[in-house]
Design a protein around this ligand. Structure first.
Ligand code: 5AD
Ligand code: SF4
Length: 474
């Protein structure tokens, strides 16, 4: 491949897994002369890393392609070629059909092909390329690691994929088809990646997987290891102060994982644990393999282990067959759990999933009404959770400059955004802040008279590195 510098614009849709994958694509192309740009007009290569989870998410890709058609034309008038690639779950699900619908696309490749990206780009210079195979080899074995500078530029919190794919087959969900069956990365590779993130100054890692708590990677002796023991091992890494994981399935919250919540101060007291519905009839139709009571028992066990844990969830309203009584069960479960935050969606029938052919599809206006009612309740609970934080002191990881001059923005242990008046040199520190006020989506904190910094200074670290190796890239 050419080593002439080429500009890469990458747009990411959907979940955190896609954010992680986009970063890996940037890392895979960097040795081949590609540098990222935020200016679409100067991009030689445009990649859309897509999401297929709901219809709206997929349709966004095709409206973006409409805009890219114009871009390609104006660049061509300036004598510049533009390659357009579609990655991610829409690519995996629709393959060739994307090129039939949008012939300007040069390259379509699924989530299992990212390590072959440099080769695919090279081939796409001559003809359209579609690569949506599920290869035997593990893509993670072949993806290059980010450089230290690239890691620093990406910030203090990083994602790390530990598991991919899903064998649960919830009847509404495309993930088992687009991401394939479950694959867990070996423990040693995850530990090595976490260490190199920590060495570059990353202080918080979120372990990612479509079904992250079903993680069962092999340790160096070939023994299957669950997410609980993996978290214990990662907590030993010097400089890594905070661990999180997402997204979990209730059935995989095993004793060792719950013990990690009790015993590991590094494991942050926040858990995203989707339940989707509070009605047993709907949970059965969704093939969730648990009841509402089972879910509430798990929540109780987690709260016993870590009483201050903030819970978050996902909900689908208007699943086929959902009655007013089923929906009332969902509202009741939401109240019982008292979520700190939650995401809710109108059911979107996805081609190829069992849910799409079920009878009793719910009228769209009824689904919309239910969604509004659920979102109102979730908002109230979130407001109450944030309000309860006022007057408390909590450790906040200061990550970046805030919206207002003189302010920094950070994250609380409960994943709330927190703003504080503080010097920029404090970026990278974990600082105890007294919470003075709370809004719907963020908190405002004040420094205590004397702060107890638990960290070295990331700004200094970045400067040291820049002096050694030149300015940070990407
Ligand atoms: N329709 C609506 N929401 C869905 N989700 C997944 N599939 C669908 C669908 N077909 C939601 C679930 C899941 C979240 C990532 O997206 O709530 O947990
Ligand atoms: Fe989809 Fe999650 Fe169910 Fe797997 S567990 S099928 S990813 S909703």
């Amino acid at each position: 491949m050419t080593t002439k510098t080429q500009k890469l614009f990458i747009k990411t849709y959907g979940c955190q897994m896609n954010v992680y994958d986009s970063a890996r694509m940037v890392d895979a192309l960097a040795p081949h002369g590609y540098v990222t740009t935020n200016i679409l007009d100067e991009a030689d290569l445009v990649l859309l890393n897509t999401c297929h989870i709901r219809e709206k998410a997929s349709e966004k890709v095709f409206s973006e392609l409409g805009r890219l058609r114009k871009l390609r034309k104006t660049r061509a008038e300036r004598g510049k070629a533009t390659m357009i690639g579609i990655a991610g779950c829409v690519a995996q699900a629709e393959g060739e059909e994307i090129i039939e619908r949008a012939p300007l696309v040069d390259l379509v490749f699924g989530p299992q092909s990212y390590h072959r990206l440099p080769d695919l780009v090279q081939r796409a210079k001559n003809q359209c390329v579609v690569d949506t195979d599920f290869p035997e080899e593990d893509k993670f074995d072949h993806l290059p690691q980010a450089t230290k500078q690239a890691t620093i530029a990406r910030g203090l919190s990083a994602f790390l994929t530990v598991q991919e794919g899903c064998d649960k087959f919830c009847s509404f969900c495309v993930v088992p088809y687009t991401r394939g069956s479950e694959v867990s990365r070996p423990v040693a590779r995850i530990v090595a990646e976490a260490k190199s993130l920590a060495e570059a100054g990353v202080r918080e890692i979120t372990l990612l997987g479509q079904n992250v708590n079903s993680y069962h990677g092999q340790d160096p002796n070939g023994v299957d290891t669950g997410l609980g023991p993996l978290l214990f091992e990662l907590a030993e890494i010097e400089g890594l102060d905070r661990l999180r994981y997402t997204t979990s399935h209730p059935r995989d919250m095993d004793d060792e994982l719950i013990a990690a919540h009790a015993d590991l101060p590094e494991l942050m007291p926040y858990l995203h644990l989707p339940v989707q519905s509070g009605s047993d009839t709907i949970l059965k139709a969704m093939n969730r393999q648990h009841t509402a009571k089972h879910y509430l028992e798990i929540v109780d066990r987690i709260r016993t282990a870590r009483p201050d844990i903030a819970l978050s969830g996902d909900f689908i309203v208007g699943f086929p067959g959902e009655t007013d009584a089923d929906f009332a069960d969902t509202l009741s479960l939401v109240r019982q759990v008292g979520y700190a935050s939650a995401y809710s969606f109108k059911y979107s029938p996805r081609p190829g999933t069992p849910g799409a052919s079920l009878e009793g599809q719910v009228e769209p206006h009824i689904a919309s009404e239910r969604l509004l009612e659920l979102q109102k309740l979730i908002k109230e609970l979130q407001h109450a959770f944030n309000g309860n934080c006022v007057g408390n002191t909590m450790d906040v990881l200061l990550e970046k400059p805030g919206r207002k001059p003189g302010q920094l923005a950070g994250r609380s242990p409960y994943l709330q955004a927190v703003h504080v008046d503080a010097e920029e040199t404090m970026i990278g520190q974990i600082v105890p802040l007294r919470i003075k006020s709370a809004g719907q989506n963020s908190l405002y904190g004040e420094q205590l008279a004397k702060t107890h910094s638990t960290s070295d200074n990331r700004a200094q670290l970045a400067r040291n590195l820049a002096n050694q190796d030149g300015a940070p890239e990407v």
